[in-house]
Write a protein that binds this ligand. Structure first.
Ligand SMILES: [Zn+2]
Length: 257
């Protein structure tokens, strides 16, 4: 390989490089050069390569320490927040548990006489309840029907009370209103559909006026903490009856209205 000798464009010292090298460095002034071949003349032009000045390590170490320190600080703040919100949550859960326990204890303390005082224990009196209240409730509940679709894509077009069933036995009673509901399921883009929705109100007391406060208890229902009732619909009246009313038949006196 042919060795080329040139003068360093920077300091003038002798600079040697191989014919095929693409770059070289002056051993005196340590500048680096890109070697450009000048065509036929076989001359070589040295173009200085801009070299980033070496930076003192302190410039890296200081920001590094700052970043690590900051991350450490954030981690601690975050852990603290997570922990405190978790503690807060646990505290609330505990408070709720205690509240429910206290309520249950108070309920248990109530004598049967007192319970009876509150409950409608007469089948005629129960029959005279204002069922329209149930009707109003039903619209709201059906709009929230669980297992159907979301509130926004499920719209009740028409509701009609098919029948109110009174399931009655001493010290315990049910009002079951079965509604025929026409609805549009916008989510699935279906045409108008019909479902039969039974709403079950258990242990109806004399002193309540809003059925929101009634315990709703049937396999098809649940009653959540915000006191919203969710109801399932059945495709036929018979299905609704068989699933909700039938199980009560052996123990309760069933009348229809
Ligand atoms: Zn040089």
């Amino acid at each position: 390989m042919k060795l080329i000798e040139k003068k360093c464009p920077n300091c003038g010292a002798s600079l040697e490089f191989n014919e095929k090298d693409k770059s070289c460095t002056c051993t005196y002034c340590h500048r680096a050069f890109e070697i450009e071949r000048e065509g036929e003349k076989e001359d070589y032009i040295l173009n200085e390569i801009a070299v980033t000045k070496a930076v003192s390590p302190i410039f890296f170490i200081v920001p590094f320490i700052i970043v690590i320190g900051f991350a450490f600080l954030m981690y601690n703040i975050f852990s603290y927040n997570v922990k405190s919100s978790h503690d807060e949550f646990e505290k609330r859960v505990q408070e709720q548990k205690e509240g429910i326990e206290k309520y249950n204890q108070e309920m248990e303390k109530e004598t049967d006489d007192k319970k009876e005082e509150k409950l409608i224990t007469n089948i005629d009196e129960l029959s005279n309840r204002n069922y329209e209240t149930i009707n109003t409730e039903a619209a709201f509940n059906i709009k929230n029907a669980k297992g159907e679709t979301t509130k926004s894509s499920f719209q009740v077009e028409e509701r009609k009370r098919e029948k109110v069933i009174i399931a009655y036995k001493e010290k315990s009673n049910y009002l079951i209103a079965i509604f025929k509901v026409l609805y549009k399921d916008f989510f699935n883009q279906k045409d108008m559909q019909t479902i039969y929705v039974p709403l079950v109100y258990e242990n109806i007391e004399r002193n309540f006026y809003s059925l929101n406060n009634v315990k709703v208890d049937a396999p098809e229902y649940y009653f959540n903490k915000s006191k919203t009732t969710y109801a399932y619909g059945y495709s036929t009246y018979e299905e609704a009856y068989n699933n909700v009313v039938k199980p009560l038949e052996s123990e309760y006196t069933i009348t229809e209205k």
